[in-house]
Design a binder for this molecule. Structure first.
Ligand code: ADP
Ligand code: MG
Length: 319
C-alpha cells in the first residue's frame, strides 16, 4: 500500500491512545489543567467509574472566548511561547493534546468563565467534531465534562475494568495530585457519594497535615521533615521514621517541579538511604519534592508525563 498522510481524526485517536488510557488518565489531565489555571478548589465527579461521566470543576482563571475553540484543538496550548520553551516548562501541561485527545474518544463539553466576563461560555466536542461557542451559566472557572469515554473506540472500552476498580484508580490519582498540591482543596465524588474531601492546607504544617489526611493518621508524629539544597536542586518534604514502615512501596511519592512522578532512580536512592535501618522487605513512607530550574530536567520523555529525565542524575541521587 502506498504511504499517505492520516486524516486528523485518526491522528487524534492515535494520540489519545497514548495519553488517555482509562478514566484515571483523563482525570489526571483535567486536574492538571485546573492546577495550571491556578485553581484553589477542584471538584471531581464520576459516574460508572468515569466511563459514563467525568466532571472536573475548578475556580481557576477560565478560558477567554477567543481561546475556547483553540483549547480543544490538537497542539494548541497557552503554555508554550515557542519551540525553545520545551527546555523550560513551568506548567504541568505543554503539549496541547489532552482536550483534543479526550474530544476524539468521548463527548466533551467545556463551560468556562474568565474573571470580569459578562457571562460564561460553553463548547462541545463529539467524535472530534467541534461545535459552536454558546453562552452558559457558571462563576469564574472551568467545568469540563467527559461523557461516554471510549464510546468511539470499542477496542479500548473492552480493556476497562469494573466501575469500582476504575473509581479506585481515579481516587489514587487524586491522592497523588493532592499530595503534590497541598494548598488546593480537592473533592471527589462518585455516584453522588463523597470519596475524598481534602480542604486546602496552608502554612508551615500544611504539607504534613495533607500527608496525614491522605496517607493515614498513623503517620502523625512519625514523619520527619527533610530540607536540603545543592547545586541548583532543592529537596524538601517529609519521610517516615525508620520505626515506621510499610509492606509495599506504594507510599513513596516524588514530586519534581510540582509534577508527581515515578522515578526509578529516585526510588532507588530513597531505598538506599534507608538500607541500614530498614530490612529489604519493608518500605518507608515519603513525600518528597525536588525543585530546580526547569532547564535541568526534561519532562517531555513520557506520554503521560509520569517520568522525567534529569540532566545530572548522579547529583540528584546524591542529594
Ligand atoms: P495543555 O495543557 O498541554 O496546554 P490541553 O489540551 O490540556 O493542553 O489544554 C489546552 C489549553 O486549554 C490549555 O493550554 C489552556 O489554555 C486551556 N485550558 C484547559 N483546561 C483549562 C482549565 N481548567 N482552566 C483554564 N484553561 C484551561
Ligand atoms: Mg493539559
Amino acid at each position: 500500500m502506498a504511504i499517505r498522510a492520516l486524516p486528523d481524526h485518526i491522528i487524534s485517536r492515535i494520540a489519545a491512545g497514548e495519553v488517555i488510557e482509562r478514566p484515571a488518565s483523563a482525570v489526571k489531565e483535567l486536574v492538571e489543567n485546573a492546577l495550571d489555571a491556578g485553581a484553589r478548589r477542584i471538584a471531581i465527579s464520576l459516574s460508572s467509574g468515569g466511563k459514563a461521566l467525568i466532571r472536573v470543576a475548578d475556580d481557576g482563571a477560565g478560558i477567554a472566548a477567543d481561546d475556547l475553540p483553540l483549547a480543544v484543538q490538537r497542539h494548541a496550548t497557552s503554555k508554550l511561547d515557542d519551540e525553545d520553551d520545551l527546555v523550560s516548562i513551568g506548567t504541568l501541561g505543554f503539549r496541547g493534546e489532552a482536550l483534543a485527545s479526550i474530544g476524539s474518544v468521548a463527548r466533551l463539553r467545556i463551560a468556562t468563565r474568565t474573571p470580569g466576563a459578562a457571562h460564561a461560555l460553553a463548547i462541545g466536542v463529539s467524535g472530534g467534531a467541534v461545535g459552536a461557542v454558546e453562552p452558559a451559566a457558571r462563576d469564574t472557572g472551568t467545568t469540563v465534562e467527559v461523557r461516554d469515554l471510549f464510546h468511539a473506540v470499542p477496542a479500548r472500552l473492552k480493556f476497562l475494568r469494573s466501575d469500582r476498580a476504575e473509581t479506585s484508580a481515579v481516587a489514587d490519582q487524586i491522592r497523588r495530585l493532592a499530595l503534590a498540591a497541598p494548598g488546593v482543596h480537592f473533592h471527589l465524588e462518585s455516584e453522588g457519594r463523597t470519596l475524598i474531601d481534602l480542604p486546602a492546607e496552608t502554612g508551615a504544617n500544611g504539607l504534613s497535615r495533607r500527608i496525614v489526611a491522605v496517607l493515614g493518621s498513623d503517620l502523625d508524629g512519625n514523619m520527619v521533615p527533610v530540607e536540603r539544597a545543592r547545586e541548583g536542586f532543592a529537596l524538601s518534604g517529609h519521610v517516615s521514621l525508620p520505626t515506621h514502615h510499610r509492606a509495599t512501596g506504594r507510599d513513596l511519592y516524588l514530586v519534581v517541579n510540582g509534577r508527581p512522578v515515578r522515578d526509578k532512580l529516585l526510588l532507588g536512592a530513597l531505598r538506599a538511604a534507608y538500607q541500614d535501618v530498614l530490612t529489604r522487605e519493608r518500605f518507608p513512607v515519603a513525600v518528597l519534592f525536588i525543585d530546580c530550574e526547569p532547564g535541568l530536567v526534561d519532562v517531555n520523555v513520557h506520554p503521560a508525563k509520569a517520568e522525567v529525565r534529569f540532566q545530572n542524575p548522579g547529583l540528584v541521587r546524591a542529594l
